[in-house]
Design a protein around this ligand. Structure first.
Ligand code: GTP
Ligand code: MG
Length: 228
């Protein structure tokens, strides 16, 4: 879970994750990757350590969401990894079903998807819809996954063995969809909820880095497709 100024969100989210997984007897470690948030997110997370199974990776400066996710993936001890935003936009209650799809061998990568039956978004304003549509369209020839910009996904770590994840933008899910050694991907429906606390960190710079990321992944796909 990448965090930047999410102090108000981390405790409710961590508790919801544990509450969703406990009845299923799924062991877990929640890994926060924090970029020295000025609001004290890291300290607030550490204060929960005695109660909840969690670890905080503290980075000294703001190095971005994409690289935070990659550092978290590299630090995770588990063979199955779930990436989720800390702003309560993604429903942690979906995690057990996503995990079952992987454990049963039906998928090696499960994407929390707003674009399959049963999934969706709450109260999106027009420009967010527009940005989402553009991002989806320019990336759509890279993967058949319909919600290719989703930031909520779960995968078996072995599908990225020997692969270098390059966090050119924040879309690490797309990087794994394109580069990962998987043949079974399932989109699991989720309803995305707008953040209520904290502020969005999206900017024009992020949009440019997404376009550069898609270009780099296109080049990767063209140079690797023969080998696959
Ligand atoms: N470690 C780290 N986490 C970040 C950084 N930027 C954003 N995040 C986290 O990444 C997740 C997604 O960021 P958001 O700002 O919610 O981005 P978004 O979901 O596209 O935009 P909104 O929901 O509109 O705010 C959240 O958990 C953020 O706290 C960063 O530079 N470093
Ligand atoms: Mg968000």
């Amino acid at each position: 879970m990448p965090t930047y100024n999410e102090k108000a969100n981390i405790e409710p989210l961590a508790r919801r994750i544990v509450a969703a997984l406990e009845p299923e007897q799924i062991g877990l470690e929640i890994l926060f990757v924090d970029d020295n948030s000025p609001d004290g997110t890291a300290a607030a997370a550490e204060a929960l350590k005695h109660e909840l199974p969690l670890r905080v990776i503290k980075r000294l400066d703001k190095r971005g969401l994409g690289s935070a996710i990659v550092d978290g993936i590299n630090a995770a001890a588990s063979p199955v990894i779930c990436v989720i935003d800390a702003d309560l936009s993604h429903p942690p209650e979906a995690i057990p079903e996503m995990y079952r799809l992987i454990r049963s061998g039906q998928a090696q990568l499960v994407v929390g998807s707003r674009r399959v039956s049963g999934g969706g978004t709450s109260k999106w304003i027009w420009y967010r819809r527009f940005i989402h549509w553009v991002a989806k369209t320019i990336g759509s020839f890279l993967t058949p996954v319909r919600d290719l910009t989703s930031g909520f996904f779960m995968f078996e770590k072995r599908i990225i063995d020997g692969i270098t994840l390059e966090p050119r933008s924040w879309k690490i899910g797309l990087e794994i969809m394109v580069k990962g050694k998987h043949d079974k991907v399932i989109e699991h429906p989720i309803v995305f909820v707008e953040r209520e606390a904290g502020q969005s960190k999206m900017s024009g710079k992020e949009v440019v880095s997404y376009i550069l990321h898609v270009m780099a992944l296109t080049r990767y796909k063209l140079t690797h497709w023969r080998k696959r």
